[in-house]
Design a protein around this ligand. Structure first.
Ligand code: ZN
Length: 264
């Protein structure tokens, strides 16, 4: 990847919100009588979010999107991870509800990115990684909200993070929480979007994995979740499968190493 990493524009251009809608996590509110819908890709972050949700909500459904990804491996691993969670964590098995897979081929048709086409992963003239799919998270949450509305669910959960990430502007808390407001207004419901990883770096995400499900969950995340942009599941590392050199593998590997170093 060439050039400097993308950074959000100056605060004057994007005024920060003074409050977020995601108040329940911080307050430790009891959510054990509620349902939620987790945006679940089969990757590391969304799997940890799924475990986080299974630990807190009475019923947890998952939604994934087929949007012309270069690699079907992501979609395959979704089922593998869900089955593994249900098999290895009996308390969570009863809370794990339906899985929904939504087809969004239009997103691939209007995108020209390294995630949906066979092009190089690099920095673009716009100063963003070529893996950035414009509007992806906005569309995902909008579809998820429509699905949640129909299912009577008022909490959406996503693995977006602005601490240790690839610089996608739609992963920022302001973006997500502003969208939550728009969706609440547009659907006339009190919709909450929870992003438990928002201010955690990748090392903290591994530590959170350990806290949620111990070594069994860490092992499951290592073995079954998929993050690599190149779809490599043949090359194995201590932190999981992947090419080892794409931006997603680099983030995952560095986080693992930092977590390992803090443990010893
Ligand atoms: Zn990779």
């Amino acid at each position: 990847m060439a050039g400097a990493p993308w950074r959000p524009p100056a605060p004057a251009l994007y005024p920060r919100l003074t409050e977020t809608q995601s108040r329940r996590t911080a307050d430790g509110e009891n959510t054990m009588n509620e349902s939620c819908l987790v945006l679940f890709s089969g990757g590391q972050d969304s799997t940890v979010c799924l475990a986080w949700a299974l630990d807190r909500y009475a019923r947890v459904e998952t939604v994934g999107f087929a949007y012309g990804q270069r690699h079907a491996v992501e979609l395959t691993q979704r089922g593998v991870v869900r089955d593994a969670l249900a098999a290895r964590f009996p308390a969570w098995r009863d809370r794990l509800g339906e899985d929904h897979l939504l087809d969004l081929p239009t997103l691939a048709a209007i995108s020209d990115t390294a995630l949906t086409r066979e092009s190089a992963i690099e920095m673009t003239a716009a100063g963003l990684p070529s893996t950035f799919v414009p509007g992806r998270n906005l569309l995902f949450f909008t579809y998820a909200a429509a699905l949640a509305y129909r299912r009577g669910i008022r909490v959406l959960v996503g693995g977006m993070c602005e601490t240790d990430y690839s610089g996608y502007p739609d992963c920022r808390n302001d973006t997500i929480q502003t969208l939550a407001r728009a969706l609440s207004l547009g659907m006339a419901v009190d919709l909450t979007i929870e992003t438990p990883l928002m201010y955690r770096d990748k090392a903290a995400t591994w530590a959170m994995t350990q806290d949620l499900g111990g070594t069994a969950l860490v092992d499951l995340v290592v073995a079954e979740t998929h993050s690599c942009y190149l779809g490599d599941r043949a090359t194995r590392w201590a932190w999981g499968a992947g090419c080892g050199s794409c931006p997603a593998c680099e983030l995952r590997a560095k986080g693992w190493e930092r977590w390992q170093s803090t443990k010893s």
